[in-house]
Design a protein around this ligand. Structure first.
Ligand code: CUA
Length: 377
């Protein structure tokens, strides 16, 4: 048993090392830094109290242990000075912990005014993937959040179904995504890079596989991404696999998946108002019990599939469409598709049709034609 406990202990410690993808100690922004500092401060306070209490306990056990010639010791009842001390000292310790904790909570809620124009993002949790909307840029995407560095990102958290939690260990979090009750917070990336995000509230079967990625890049590079997201793909060559795949996609997949973030908002114009309010939710559910799937705009430019579970490759994409549960147990993809056109939880497409859909999806990248419409300032 002891080796097992040691292995578990080492595994837990390994998860804390800064080199780990989801380490909260390898901070890349002020919010995560403040949270890590607070954790370390409270940790050492707890260590000091642990040593004092356990030390006093061990000392007493040995010093006052039973001896052969023991007599009944002097009986004492009450010690006002001691009782006041052990009430006041812990009160001060709690106060010392509470002040920086409350400050961190308020700092997390209020974006700074001296670090550039904040970028507003709406993040929506779905079972089991993340939707990201950029209201000011009229962009919708899923599972891969692009942000500029050195600029506050103000995130409004929403949920389309159950409670999820938004967490980017190296940048910020955790904060719950609650249906019909927006939570707002901010974070900032001080260095460019890819950061892993994760749903941190148990939300059903595929909770552990509800991941996302954050790509932080300097302002200019972020601007290029914005332009690219608003640039439609080139039309596929007539009769090419991609063109045939497009037809199959429109007939089978487009009820749930939009590939057009720059015009439709991914949910159709009427719902593109960037707000999942009660009436919209009710209307959406009454009209169709199907939960919309992730927006697939420029899928070919993405890094991963199935909300960050596997790398985006032709092979994985084919497997994903053919039998999503083989990649992500519990996924709603097959359940949604089942309503339309499946048998035995497999999409009812021929191998050729599947190959064409994959060819079409992998052709989705910014075309030569430039942005569809002017980019909002
Ligand atoms: Cu969403 Cu856990």
């Amino acid at each position: 048993l002891i080796p097992l406990i040691l292995v578990a202990f080492v595994a837990i410690l390994a998860a804390c090392t800064p080199s780990h993808d989801q380490s909260t100690f390898d901070t890349a922004g002020p919010i995560a830094k403040q949270q890590a500092d607070l954790f370390i401060f409270i940790f050492w306070v707890a260590v000091a109290i642990f040593i004092l209490v356990e030390g006093a306990l061990i000392y007493s056990v040995f010093r006052y242990r039973s001896r052969p010639d023991d007599k009944i010791p002097r009986q004492v009842h009450g010690n006002t000075r001691l009782e006041i001390t052990w009430t006041i000292v812990p009160a001060f310790v709690l106060l010392a912990i509470a002040v920086p904790t409350v400050k961190a909570i308020y700092d997390h809620a209020t974006p700074p005014t001296d670090r550039g124009e904040p970028l507003e993002i709406v993040a929506i949790g779905h079972q089991w993937w993340f939707e990201f909307r950029y209201p000011s840029l009229e962009i919708v995407t899923a599972n891969e959040l692009h942000i500029p560095t050195d600029r506050p990102i103000v995130v409004t958290l929403q949920s389309q179904d159950v409670i999820h939690s938004f967490w980017i260990p190296k940048l910020a979090g955790k904060l719950d995504m609650v249906p019909l009750n927006d939570n707002v917070f901010w974070f900032l990336a001080e260095r460019p890079g890819m950061f892993y995000g994760q749903c941190a509230e148990f939300c059903g079967v595929a909770h552990a596989h509800m991941r996302f990625r954050v790509f932080a890049s300097p302002e200019e590079e972020f601007g290029q991404w914005v332009t690219a997201m608003r640039t439609p793909p080139d039309a596929p060559e007539p009769d090419s696999p991609a063109a045939l795949g497009r037809t199959t996609f429109l007939a089978n997949c487009s009820m749930c998946h939009s590939v057009d973030s720059y015009r439709s908002g991914g949910y159709g114009d009427e719902i593109a108002a960037q707000d999942l309010r009660w009436d919209t939710l009710v209307e959406q559910r009454e009209e169709s019990p199907i939960v919309s799937g992730p927006n697939l705009t420029h899928l070919a430019t993405r890094n991963a599939l199935a909300a960050g579970v596997v790398p985006l490759t032709e092979e994985n994409l084919l497997k994903w469409i053919q039998n999503p549960a083989s990649i992500k147990h519990g996924t709603r993809m097959q359940a949604n598709a089942a309503v339309y056109k499946t048998s035995n939880n497999h999409v009812d497409l021929t191998d050729e049709e599947l190959g064409n859909v994959v060819a079409y999806l992998l052709s989705l990248e910014p075309g030569e034609g430039g942005p569809a419409e002017a980019i909002p300032p």
